[in-house]
Design a protein around this ligand. Structure first.
Ligand code: F6R
Length: 633
């Protein structure tokens, strides 16, 4: 997490840094700061809280400084206070550093530096870095970079070799006002190439407004940016030949377009997202009679699927919920045993290696540290093994240009467009569509379902965007009204079964993260094994009851909750007499076949969370303590 930016060139850096930070606020918003060099000294301005606090502080400091670095923070080490905000400097204020990541050995380094007389003023792990670099700059350098162009580069490189952990850095020094040094070690960093000016950032949206020529650094690389150009070295000090590539993205001008919040806009974008995914994934020429090729065009090579015996999925948060729906369809349609693991757990307790296994990492941002580490570990532990154990890695992501894109050779792009709201909505639905497509492709190749059945599912999928549109407005009106009753509610339970159990989990997560209300998602049939003790008139229960194999079961589980005085809200078709009798409120959902129902049932749960939070006046798009991209472990 955290976002870093840097600029060196001919323009005043401050506004460029601020506008870059605005695009990176999704990575954290606990505090922000920038440091620039002007007239031989570093000016560092920092502010607690959102970026607008920094912006208003900077109004008093107008400087034409043409070099600077900036940071927006998601607190890991030390409270979100101004004294912990980046940039951090050494005691003599000659070196300033912004960091994204975690320096794991900061305690030892801190003790060592303290013993040598360095004074620490923050609780962060980052502060060791400027002290270390300043110390190394004072020592006469013995060059480790052949033909080293700069003692500053030398000092940063030496300091980096002492750091353990995953991090990206941008560093400036008052003694070297024409140099900006950037480093990537397991945390993203891209360099932007302009005309006589260069940029760096944790993510492309921060620089795309200035240049489309970008060079993503690889792990273990350090670069020296000057007004004359960019030099890239590896940590052994060897200069590398690297060329920028052109991003074919338009500047990502993301606006709310009349919606009060990005989250609501993104909920309404879902029919379009599903259409875009279907357009990309479905083979329009296919029909059950003319079926010489797969109905799905994911562009994945057949060797990825060959002799497949197992699928192993790693993901976090909402992506993990999408993976649970994925497991259901991969097992039920393609007949492949599928495991879903939290990436953060898997990386420390991986399942024993299985042969002919497809490992899938699901991450909308493509930057989630745990998911990347779990995939990296799979790559590593399968390398050198006999062919059937070797890594077959597939990524499902909304950001193909992300770190995930560098790690896996095969990807499904979820085509949802940039998601700004911290709570994932449209990217979740897009991940579901990606899983349906993958399962159908495999089902076709393995002949695990008939062509007739494939056709039925595809027809149902094609209808989904219109189904969402038909539901959206009436659901929203109903939910807007309904949430008046929950002004004082402190706990919610979400129930689902079968393919809609992950949707109960997702409904609870959405509510927790943006409204700060305690919520639990539970398999409806498990309530009686303990959690039912929580129920009383103060705890509303939201049950997802869609016609299909478990419909009657969910209705009777809901009855059990009703018998404990809970207010019962059904996410269920409107015209069912039995449901109408059981539920106190019905958020109506169009009837679709059970297998496809999660795409429709999740949307009212997103709306419910949204309206509860918006009614409480909460910051829906940037909820407390969260960040859109979780780049630390
Ligand atoms: C919830 C949410 C998070 C993310 C999780 C994984 O709304 O957004 O739970 O799903 O942090 O993020 P990605 O998908 O980027 O790996």
């Amino acid at each position: 997490m955290c976002g870093i930016v840097g600029y060196i060139g001919t323009q005043a850096a401050t506004e460029i840094l601020l506008s870059g930070l605005e695009k990176l606020e999704y990575r954290g918003y606990d505090s922000a700061g920038i440091a620039t060099i002007w007239e031989g000294k570093i000016d560092c301005v920092r502010a607690k809280g959102k970026l607008y606090n920094l912006r208003s502080k900077l109004e008093q400091l107008e400087t034409p400084a043409p070099i600077g670095i900036g940071h927006t923070r998601w607190a890991t080490h030390g409270k979100p206070e101004e004294y912990n905000a980046h940039p951090h400097m050494d005691s003599s204020k000659q070196v300033a550093v912004v960091q994204n990541g975690i320096i794991e050995n900061y305690r030892e380094l801190r003790e060592k530096l303290k013993a040598e007389g360095c004074q620490f003023v923050s609780d962060t792990d980052t502060e060791v870095i400027p002290h270390l670099i300043a110390k190394l700059l004072k020592e006469s350098p013995s060059p480790s970079v052949p033909f080293s162009p700069s003692p500053f580069l030398e000092a940063v490189l030496k300091a980096v070799k002492e750091l353990e952990g995953a991090f990206a850095l941008a560093v400036i020094s008052a003694d070297y006002p024409d140099e900006l040094i950037v480093v990537r070690q397991q945390a993203p960093l891209v360099i932007g190439f302009g005309q006589g000016e260069f940029f760096c950032a944790s993510d492309t949206p921060a620089i795309i407004g200035y240049t489309r020529a970008v060079l993503p650094l690889e792990n273990g690389e350090i670069a020296r940016l000057t007004p004359l150009g960019v030099e890239v070295y590896n940590f052994a000090g060897v200069r590398l030949k690297k060329h920028p590539r052109l991003l074919n993205l338009n500047p990502m001008i993301v606006e709310k377009q009349g919606f009060k919040h990005f989250m609501l806009k993104e909920i309404y974008e879902q029919p379009g997202v599903v259409r875009a995914c279907l357009e990309a994934y479905l083979n329009n020429d296919w029909n059950a009679e003319n079926s010489a090729e797969s109905p799905i065009k994911l562009g994945l090579p057949r060797e990825l699927y060959a002799d497949l015996e197992q699928i192993q999925i790693v993901a976090c948060g909402t992506s993990w919920h999408a993976a649970l729906v994925g497991k259901y369809v991969l097992e039920q349609l393609a007949g492949i045993p599928t495991q879903v693991q939290y990436a953060s757990e898997f990386r420390y307790a991986p399942s024993p290696l299985t042969a002919n296994t497809l490992v899938i990492g699901v991450t909308q941002s493509g930057e989630t540290a745990d998911t990347l580490a779990a995939l990296g570990m799979e790559k590593e532990r399968r390398s050198g093994k006999e062919a059937k154990y070797q890594a077959r890695l597939l990524g499902i992501t909304n950001r193909p240009e992300s770190s995930l894109g560098h790690m896996v050779s095969h990807m499904i792009n979820t085509m949802a467009g940039i998601e700004v709201g911290v709570a994932a909505t449209k990217t979740f639905v897009a991940q579901l569509i990606a899983f349906y497509a993958l399962a159908l492709d495999l089902a076709y190749l393995r002949e695990s379902i008939s062509h007739q059945r494939l056709q039925e599912i595809i027809n149902g999928l094609r209808q989904i965007p219109r189904d969402i549109e038909a539901n959206l407005e009436s659901q929203e009106r109903y939910i807007e009204h309904l949430v008046h009753d929950f002004a004082e509610t402190t706990d919610f339970i979400f129930l689902g079964r079968g393919i809609n159990f992950p949707i109960a989990l997702e409904g609870a997560l959405k509510l927790k993260e943006i409204s700060y209300i305690h919520a639990e998602g539970y398999p409806a049939g498990e309530m009686k094994h303990g959690p039912i003790a929580l129920l009383d008139a103060k705890v509303p229960v939201v049950a997802i009851a869609m016609p299909g194999s478990v419909y009657e079961k969910v209705l009777s589980n809901s009855q059990e909750a009703k018998a404990r005085d809970s207010r019962l809200i059904g996410v269920t078709p409107a015209n069912d007499g039995e449901a109408a009798e059981i539920f106190d409120n019905i958020i109506p959902v169009k009837v679709v076949e059970e297998l496809l129902s999660p795409i429709l049932t999740v949307i009212p749960l997103q709306l419910l969370a949204y309206h509860i939070a918006a009614r409480r006046g909460l910051d829906v798009d940037q909820p407390r303590n969260l960040a859109k991209s979780v780049t630390v472990e």
